[in-house]
Design a protein around this ligand. Sequence first.
Ligand code: NAD
Ligand code: DAU
Length: 330
Amino acid sequence: MKVLVTGGAGFIGANFVRQTVAERPDAHVTVLDKVTYAGNPASIAGLERVDLVVGDVADAEVTDALVAASDVVVHFAAESHNDNSLRDPSPFVRTNLVGTFTLLEAVRKHGVRYHHISTDEVYGDLELDDPAKFTEATPYNPSSPYSSTKAGSDLLVRAWVRSFGVAATISNCSNNYGPYQHIEKFIPRQITNLIDGVKPKLYGAGANVRDWIHVRDHNTAVWTIIEKGRMGETYLIGADGEKNNREVVELVLELMGHDPHDYEHVADRPGHDLRYAIDNTRLREELGWEPQFPDFRAGLADTIAWYRANEAWWRPQKAAVEAKYAAQGQ
Ligand code: NAD
Ligand code: DAU
């Protein structure tokens, strides 16, 4: 099977590529990745049956040729960080919207199966005490330039399914954690701060809730949907991992041998979504998927060990990331 993985040098995409070649001897993977600040070829270096093409998903010439040579396209590539989208939305519009449009045109032309990776943020946020979680029927209500461009990309996919009969599925997943995540993101930022002797930084009061899932569970769900999902359907991916940011920081501190309360409150994110929570009933009951790594404490301990053991992977980015946050009081 020839699998085209866009964004395969990023966090979730690289884990997907690694899992795919380890578990599927029949798979050959081509990664299309622009290698932005968020992409790192080292994350997929040395893997057998993997080729990296450095290019832009919004470049129709590159995309068309790679799609034509594939059996399935898994589209991870995106500008993915909310804080960056508040500073400069323009790459989000180009990559997330124009990039998805460009891929959809190629899969339409060549009749190739397409899976679209999206986020639970397209649904906006929930109150802390709301008993409801997001379902596939929740109306779209995105808050940030990031989540609105992801929402727009989902709607493009739905239109290409309905209007042109493209063979596509969509998944909307909650917050991932695990190895190879860029250190601008919450959990790796705090781990690498502590390695550097710097206190973790909590936006606002830290009451915001995220529904954490191990990246490996996200990726097994993606393969389940590719193989068993109904065409044109959307599946929500989550593993019942709701925690507020304060709890997460306290656990990172504890697991790294520090006083759990030794963190700092910093400026909040403008428009900060309060809570995300996924109802994964459709994925479990219709497709039989179950998470294999539901123990957040154990997964976090492994993730901390990975960042400790792989300083060469993240160190070159650390000073620039922290300078950017410091400039905005974070
Ligand atoms: P990431 O920022 O770590 O990686 C994105 C990758 O896309 C990078 O390798 C980057 O170089 C590449 N890229 C960016 N623009 C490109 C372009 N124009 N052409 C080709 N490649 C380009 O992101 P991630 O956290 O791995 O997220 C991957 C996908 O999963 C995204 O679509 C994101 O919206 C979605 N998602 C992420 C999470 C999460 O918690 N991280 C949760 C749900 C959904
Ligand atoms: O829900 C899925 C989304 O999860 C994905 O679509 C996004 O691509 C991914 O980046 C993530 O978005 P968040 O904005 O939730 O993730 P982030 O890691 O940026 O922040 C997680 C929470 O932690 C959020 O409430 C903001 C807070 N935070 C973040 C940073 C970087 C802090 O308190 N301190 C920090 O230093």
